[in-house]
Design a protein around this ligand. Sequence first.
Ligand SMILES: Nc1ncnc2c1ncn2[C@@H]1O[C@H](COP(=O)(O)OP(=O)(O)OP(=O)(O)O)[C@@H](O)[C@H]1O
Ligand SMILES: [Mg+2]
Length: 480
Amino acid sequence: NELLPSEVRDALSSALASLRSRMTWQHTIVIEETEGWSSNRVYNAVKAYLATRINTNINMQRLRVSSADEPEKMVVSMEAGEEMTDVYQGAEFKWCLVTREVSGDLNNGDGGAREIRSYELSFNKRHKEKALKEYLPFIAATAKAIKDQERSLSIYMNERYDEWSPIDLQHPSTFDTLAMDQKQKQSIVDDLDRFIKRKDYYRRIGKAWKRGYLLYGPPGTGKSSLIAAIANHLRFNIYDLELTGVDSNSDLRRLLVGMTNRSILVVEDIDCTIELKQREEDDKEHAKSNSTEKKKAEDKVTLSGLLNFIDGLWSTSGEERVIIFTTNYKERLDPALLRPGRMDMHIHMGYCTTEAFRILANNYHSIDYHVTYPEIEALIEEVTVTPAEVAEVLMRNDNTDVALHDLVELLKLKKKDATEIETESKQAEEKKDANEIKTQSMQVDEKKIVDEIKTESVQVEKKDDKKVVVKSEFTENESG
Ligand SMILES: Nc1ncnc2c1ncn2[C@@H]1O[C@H](COP(=O)(O)OP(=O)(O)OP(=O)(O)O)[C@@H](O)[C@H]1O
Ligand SMILES: [Mg+2]
């Protein structure tokens, strides 16, 4: 101190004082990239969160852009030394990315200096509570939502009898593109969202945290599209179970245990797998003599076996599971499956309605209206056409006018076919009526004959009792 002239000393100390007074209102939280040897999750969350805020902070001079896998998915982040301000519930939060060199551990052999990055969060100290209890948790939640949204989905199939093999699920179907009744769609979305929020509720009532949907309707009405939309909405993986490929209950159990949480188990066309039950019974008949075969037959997979497994296994392990069955024929299903409580929601996928048509036209041609709409909508109300058929015509041509014209043609053709069938069936009906009249008159004739026979038999009765009475009864039954 003695070495500095007094003026310099005074100037320095006053500068320090003003710096100190400026800093005292401020608190800083440091979030370092690594924590020991593992990465710091808060750091990653902050990075993901700030990437969403950067476009509102274009005053930053330098930005980093990187991409992990697909080039289209670029992540914009801060460059070291840059600052940005984020406003959360009226409070200002200043972020700064700083780097610091640390000398490497020479004994370790990895040598050299390392650069450690950290985010520094500064705010007015009266926001300390808010920063720790609200802002940082908010960032963590936002980052998790982003991660879920980016999580690439897989569809697993049991190609081998007891093993799942995954492929990428890149089905574009979402609830926006799905053509179905708006109210029905909303009720499904609401049901899914309610289910996801109810972790504690399921725990409290001691039930497996799962939800079951039965989708039924003719081919091409969007059952598989709805499944993809559900997977995309929840960001759940799909396990597409081919029941006919599963030989035994032990394989089934292995497959079900091998499923991860936050996933959807799908069994398509269950009306076709119901024969499994019949086959089991047949096999039992067969195997009565042979005890090993009998055992095998008892181990055969059945739909009810599957349901019992799911209830049992999933109530003790597994969370956030959705199970979806599809069928083209609801009426063919085992009544046990339709029992209340088995499947939580029965969803009917029907033929194309005018509402569905508008969604499809919007999907494929980005239009809300076209001069052909009144004609198309009038036709759609008259004929049965599946959304898949409509989608196919709309997709075939990039030119909207041509595509919609083709659709009109298709619908007209369908109407013509329908009227032809109707006339045919009407004709058939008329023919049937005519035949019936004929039969009736024939019956009248027969009755007359029977009466005659009766009279005869009564007459004959006296001769040969038994024979004649039996004969007359028989004749009577047949004509009446
Ligand atoms: N409701 C719909 N909304 C949007 N697109 C649909 C709809 N229904 C059908 N499609 C279109 O038709 C194609 C076939 O439909 P999808 O496979 O979903 O029918 P499905 O009901 O599962 O038929 P299946 O009973 O034969 O399995 C889909 O790829 C989609 O392009
Ligand atoms: Mg399908």
